[in-house]
Ligand binder design. Structure first.
Ligand SMILES: [Zn+2]
Length: 166
C-alpha cells in the first residue's frame, strides 16, 4: 500500500469492523511515513468501553505509542475517516504527528450526529500547530470523502445515545 486513498480504504475497513463490534463507524490508521507500513489502527469504542475519550484516533495513537515504546510519533502519518475533533487533533499534536489525512469533513456529516461539533477547520487549526522547532502540522481532508461520509450515514437510525457519542 502506498497511496493516501489506499490507507484511507484501510481506515474505512477498520470503521466497518468497529461497527460490527458495536462501536461507531469511524476508523483511524497510523502509518510509518518512511516505510509505509501500518503501525496501528483504531476504531471509535466510546459507547462500548464507556470511555468518552476512546475515539478512533486516540485508540490508534495509544496503540502506536505502546508498540513503538515512545510518546514521540513524529515519524508517523495519521489517517482518519472523519475530520478529527479538538481532542484528537490536540492528541496528535502532543504526539508530534506532523501529517494528518482525513476523509469526510465535519460538514459532510448530519449535524444531528454530534452534540459537540465545533465550528472550526482542522486544516486551518493544523497550520497554527507548532510541533517542534517551527515544524507545523499538515492537515488535508477529502480523501475518499464520499465513502467516509457514507460510513456515518448508516448511523442515522441508531439510538441517539450511541450516535451522540461518536
Ligand atoms: Zn476525536
Amino acid at each position: 500500500m502506498n497511496s493516501h486513498e489506499q490507507y484511507m480504504d484501510k481506515a474505512i475497513e477498520v470503521a466497518n469492523s468497529t461497527k460490527l463490534n458495536g462501536g461507531v463507524a469511524i476508523g483511524a490508521v497510523l502509518v510509518d511515513s518512511k516505510s509505509g507500513s501500518i503501525v496501528s489502527v483504531g476504531g471509535s469504542m466510546v459507547a462500548i468501553s464507556h470511555d468518552p475519550t476512546a475515539h478512533a484516533e486516540i485508540n490508534a495513537i495509544r496503540k502506536a505509542a505502546e508498540a513503538l515504546n515512545t510518546d514521540d510519533l513524529f515519524s508517523l502519518t495519521l489517517y482518519s475517516t472523519l475530520e478529527p475533533c479538538h481532542m484528537c487533533l490536540s492528541a496528535a499534536a502532543w504526539a508530534r504527528i506532523p501529517r494528518i489525512y482525513f476523509g469526510a469533513y465535519r460538514k459532510d456529516v448530519d449535524e444531528t450526529l454530534f452534540d459537540i461539533k465545533g465550528d472550526f477547520s482542522d486544516e486551518e487549526e493544523g497550520k497554527r500547530m507548532n510541533l517542534r522547532e517551527n515544524i507545523g502540522m499538515s492537515v488535508i481532508g477529502g480523501i475518499n470523502e464520499q465513502a467516509c461520509a457514507q460510513l456515518l450515514a448508516s448511523h442515522y437510525e441508531a439510538p441517539h445515545h450511541l450516535v451522540r457519542l461518536a
